[in-house]
Design a protein around this ligand. Structure first.
Ligand code: SPV
Ligand code: MG
Length: 431
């Protein structure tokens, strides 16, 4: 009997899937490769059902004789291992980024005499509605909140980019790079105090109050589904923090990072060029304990940010604090530095990991930006935050256009620097 291979990622089975399974099973003994969660999340929406659940569903479908994991978008590994007589796929992968995956699959099939069978792809409007409804579910607070922890379990390194408005939220949500059969997206969003303040024309000194910051989150949440990591600055007074952290959890934020500074907070990238005071270990631990105590779910993460390297207090102080903060209940440690050379961050990661193998480590590589995500993964870093690049790129672009208009006393010369007005009016379509 011939063997047939078909790959599936879906968590909602509809008639279109049943049709292709039926056709594939007619060709022989059908093995379905179920895409693992991290692969699905990289090119599609975050799966509503985890891999194990999807396997259970697909195993139960008539005609499926075996289910295996497919842990890349590429078919090479599974085709080489299983050498099926047929590979079945919808014909929608002939065009676009999947065409290189198709070409590779054809090459592997040819190496052992396998055959590609393509069937017309069913693009029924009701299937699209089902997909849209599933995407909407991801923005429900409970679902959104839980996604960061899920991602940490799925990926070695989770990436987050700053968002400070609906528009930047859309960029964080939708930007995708599809290249050579691989897909990349940001996993999460960082609601930066620097960018939230800057977009309001205010300095980053905890001047933008919590009500306004919650409005920013709300604006982002209205148009996105990805998990949110909130920059909670110092967390403020413990008496206030316990209310604010509960609100963040309730509305569906996944994590709040608070830094161990006290008094008038200034941005960390100033370092000791301005007066900044580090909190005592005892007091900051009290804040962590108080925050953890009021949380209702195990999904929400309170992450402690250590400013010892920023304030030149040394590695031993940073490590001592990390240990104390984890002991107090912190669900993660963010270590920050303003040096271009990542050596001190690397050293911290190695020394911290030698003592603690599980607590997630977060980094914000603004100055030490030469390190790739793969290199962070090697250092056992779990979350990489691109904290301010959207704001830093938008401001000079806008300023340049404003200057060009002033110089020319008209907008014609600035037009090439702008997207067309046709594009801007259709950028955000009505639902
Ligand atoms: C922010 O984005 O507001 C941060 C990171 O706190 S940093 O600006 O590097 O301090
Ligand atoms: Mg900040």
């Amino acid at each position: 009997m011939s063997t047939v291979y078909l790959s599936m990622s879906t968590d909602i089975i509809h008639g279109g899937h049943m049709n292709i399974i039926e056709k594939a099973a007619e060709l022989g003994d059908l093995i379905v490769g179920v895409l693992t969660d991290d692969v699905v999340a990289s090119y599609k929406r975050f799966p509503l059902l985890a891999y194990e659940e999807r396997v259970k569903i697909i195993k139960g479908i008539k005609g499926v004789s075996k289910v295996v994991a497919q842990d890349t978008l590429s078919y090479r590994k599974n085709l080489e291992e299983l050498k099926p007589d047929y590979l079945v796929h919808g014909d929608n992968w002939k065009e676009g980024f999947q065409s290189s995956i198709r070409a590779e699959a054809i090459e592997v099939l040819a190496s052992y005499g396998g055959i590609l069978k393509e069937f017309p792809y069913s693009s029924d409007a009701q299937y699209q509605r089902l997909e849209d409804a599933s995407r909407d579910r991801l923005s429900i607070p409970d679902v959104r909140r839980s996604r960061l922890k899920k991602l940490l379990g799925m990926k070695t390194t989770v990436s987050a980019i700053e968002a400070h408005s609906g528009l930047t939220g859309i960029i964080a949500e939708k930007t995708q790079v599809l290249e050579d059969g691989k897909a990349y997206q940001f996993d999460a969003m960082w609601v930066s105090s620097l960018c939230d303040s800057t977009s309001r024309g205010k300095p980053d000194i905890e001047l933008v109050d919590m009500t306004s910051r919650l409005r920013t989150i709300e604006e982002i949440m209205e148009v996105t589904t990805k998990p949110i990591i909130f920059d909670g600055d110092t967390g403020g007074l413990i008496e206030h923090f316990v209310y604010n952290i509960k609100t963040l959890e309730r509305i569906g934020v996944s994590a709040c990072i608070i830094e161990d500074k006290t008094g008038l907070k200034k941005n960390s990238l100033f370092g000791n060029e301005v007066v900044q005071t580090q909190d005592s270990i005892e007091h900051f631990c009290e804040k962590i304990r108080a925050g953890k105590k009021v949380l209702k779910t195990s999904d929400f993460m309170l992450i402690a940010r250590i400013e010892s390297l920023i304030l030149e207090q040394g590695m031993d102080d940073a490590l001592k604090r990390a240990e104390a903060y984890v002991e107090a209940g912190a669900d993660g440690i963010m270590i920050h530095s303003r040096l271009k050379d990542p050596a001190e961050i690397f050293e911290f990661c190695e020394k911290f990991r030698a003592r603690d193998t599980t607590t997630p480590i977060v980094v914000v590589p603004t100055s030490f930006n030469g390190v790739t995500e793969a290199e962070w993964a090697e250092k056992n870093v779990n979350i990489v935050i691109y904290a301010n690049q959207l704001t830093r790129s938008a401001f000079p672009a806008m300023q340049n256009v404003a200057e060009t208009i002033l110089k020319n006393h008209r907008a014609k010369e600035a037009d090439d620097m702008c997207m067309s007005f046709k594009e801007i009016i259709t950028l955000i379509p009505e639902e």
